[in-house]
Design a protein around this ligand. Structure first.
Ligand SMILES: *Cc1c(COP(=O)(O)O)cnc(C)c1O
Length: 422
C-alpha cells in the first residue's frame, strides 16, 4: 500500500472489533486473563496479548503497527515522548564502558541527553560531522554501539550525509539510529536507505496540532539475523538474567523493539498514554497532506525572504541556493524539505523587532504545528550562551527560526513583510 493509505488504514480492522470507524481508546491500566495458564503463557511469551498498559495497549498497538508500515520497518514501539524514544534506543544497545557516535547537528534535548546525561551512565559520546561524514570511520572502535544522527536536523536545518554514514556503519557492523522527526515519514524513510533504527518525536508533525507529546522507535526488517551472530551486541544473543534467562534472538519477534518493551519499558516505564496514542493516530491520518503543504508554504516564504532587501541570508534546503539542495533532491520525496526555515537579518535588535512585530506567528519553541511559529534563538533557547559560544554553535544573534504552518501564504508573507518594515 502507498503511504496515504497506510496512514488511514494499517493496524486497525473495524470489522474485527466493535465496528467503530474511529480507533477505540482503550483507556485501561490492566487486562483480565482467562485463567492462570493464560496469564503464565503471556508472561512466558508463549502466547501474545496485553498484560499491563506500561507494556502494551490496544490503541497504542494500532499506532505502532501503522508507523512501522509507514517507515517500512518490522516493528515499532511508542514511548511517552521523543526524548524517551531516543534514550531507549541508546540504552537498548549501550552500557557503561561503551561509546556512541553522534552528529554535530542535533536537537538541543538530544545534545544534553547524549553528551551529559548518559555520560553519567558511563556511556561516552563522540561527535562527528554529519554533513560530510569523512571523519566518522576514525571514531569507531569495538565499544562503539551506535551512530546517531538527524536526517533533517532541528534547529540547523541541515541534511545528513546519509549514504556515507550507512556505508561506514555497515562496514563495521555498527547500528545506525536516525531521528526522522523533521523530515517525517512522508518525505523520507531512513530504512529504505539502509538505516537500522528510526526514532521520532511524534509531538511534532505526526500530531500536527500541538495536542500531545509522544515518541516512537521503529526497527528495520532483518535485525534478528544480524543480532544472532553479533559479538558487538551479544546482549541480544546471550541470556537476559532479568527475564529468567531469555535469549532475545530465540524469540521470533523483531528483537530491538522486543527488548525495549520487555526490559526498558518494564523497568523505566515511559509508556505512552492510550489517549495520546489516539490523538497521534488522528494526526497521522493527515500527515502526508499536511507535510506537502508545510513544504510548499515554506518554499514560498523562503523565496519571499530571499528577495527581501533586509534579509541577509535564508537557510532552507528547498532553495536552489542552499548547500543541501542536492541532498534534498536526492533523499526527500519530490525534493520537498518540510516546514522549518531560518533567516538572518542585520542585527540582534532587528531580529527582536521582527519577533515583536509579527501578529500571525506565535512566539513558541515548538515545531510542526499547523499554526506558524517564530523564535529568536539568541534571546530565548540559546540566551545563556556568550557571543563566542553562539558563534561556535552556528547561531547568529540575528537569526530567526520559523516553523511554517498551514495558513494561506499571502497572510504569512503579509505579516512578515510588515514586521520587516519596522
Ligand atoms: C522535539 C524533538 C525531540 C524531542 O521530542 P519530545 O517529544 O519533545 O520529547 C527530539 N528530536 C527532535 C528533532 C525534535 O524536534
Amino acid at each position: 500500500m502507498e503511504k496515504e493509505t497506510i496512514a488511514l488504514h494499517a493496524g486497525y480492522d473495524q470489522k474485527a472489533g466493535f465496528g467503530t470507524m474511529s480507533v477505540p481508546i482503550f483507556q485501561t491500566t490492566a487486562y483480565d486473563f482467562r485463567d492462570s495458564e493464560h496469564a503464565a503463557n503471556l508472561f512466558a511469551l508463549k502466547e501474545l496479548g496485553p498484560i499491563y498498559t506500561r507494556l502494551t495497549n490496544p490503541t497504542t498497538d494500532v499506532l505502532e503497527t501503522r508507523y512501522a508500515e509507514l517507515e517500512g520497518g518490522a516493528a515499532a514501539i511508542c514511548t511517552a515522548s521523543g526524548q524517551a524514544a531516543i534514550f531507549y534506543a541508546i540504552a537498548n544497545v549501550a552500557e557503561a564502558g561503551d561509546n556512541i557516535i553522534i552528529s554535530d547537528k542535533l536537537y538541543g534535548g538530544s545534545v544534553t541527553l547524549l553528551t551529559h546525561t548518559i555520560k553519567r551512565f558511563g556511556i561516552e559520546a563522540r561527535i562527528f560531522k554529519s554533513s560530510d561524514a569523512g571523519n566518522l570511520e576514525g571514531l569507531i572502535d569495538d565499544k562503539t554501539k551506535a551512530i546517531y544522527f538527524e536526517s533533517l536536523s532541528n534547529p540547523q536545518i541541515a541534511i545528513a550525509d546519509i549514504d556515507t554514514i550507512v556505508e561506514v556503519a555497515k562496514k563495521h557492523g555498527v547500528l545506525t539510529i536516525c531521528d526522522n522527526t523533521v523530515a517525517t515519514a512522508s518525505l523520507f524513510n531512513p530504512i529504505a536507505w539502509g538505516v537500522d533504527i528510526v526514532v521520532h518525536s511524534t509531538s511534532k508533525y505526526t500530531n500536527g496540532q500541538g495536542t500531545a507529546i509522544g515518541g516512537i522507535v521503529v526497527e528495520r526488517n532483518g535485525l534478528n539475523e544480524f543480532f544472532k551472530t553479533s559479538s558487538r551486541y551479544s546482549h541480544f544473543n546471550t541470556p537476559d538474567e532479568s527475564y529468567h534467562g531469555l535469549v532475545y534472538t530465540d524469540v521470533p519477534l523483531p528483537n530491538f523493539c522486543l527488548r525495549i518493551r520487555l526490559s526498558l519499558l518494564r523497568d523505566i516505564g515511559a509508556a505512552q498514554a492510550p489517549f495520546n496514542s489516539w490523538l497521534l493516530i488522528q494526526g497521522l491520518e493527515t500527515l502526508d497532506l499536511r507535510v506537502q503543504k508545510h513544504s510548499d508554504n515554506t518554499l514560498e516564504i523562503a523565496k519571499f525572504l530571499e528577495s527581501h532587501p533586509k534579509v541577509k541570508s535564508v537557510n532552507y534546503p528547498g532553495l536552489e541556493s542552499h548547500s543541501d539542495y542536492a541532498k534534498a533532491q536526492k533523499y526527500f520525496k519530490d525534493g520537498k524539505a518540510s516546514g522549518l526555515l531560518s533567516f538572518d537579518v542585520g542585527s540582534f535588535e532587528e531580529a527582536k523587532n521582527i519577533i515583536d512585530g509579527v501578529k500571525l506567528f506565535s512566539v513558541v519553541v515548538n515545531i510542526g504545528d499547523s499554526k506558524s511559529l517564530i523564535v529568536h534563538p539568541a534571546s530565548t533557547t540559546h540566551s545563556q550562551m556568550t557571543a563566542k559560544e553562539l558563534l561556535s554553535a552556528g547561531i547568529n544573534p540575528a537569526t530567526i527560526r520559523l516553523s511554517i504552518g498551514l495558513e494561506n501564504t499571502k497572510d504569512l508573507i503579509d505579516d512578515l513583510a510588515k514586521a520587516l518594515e519596522l
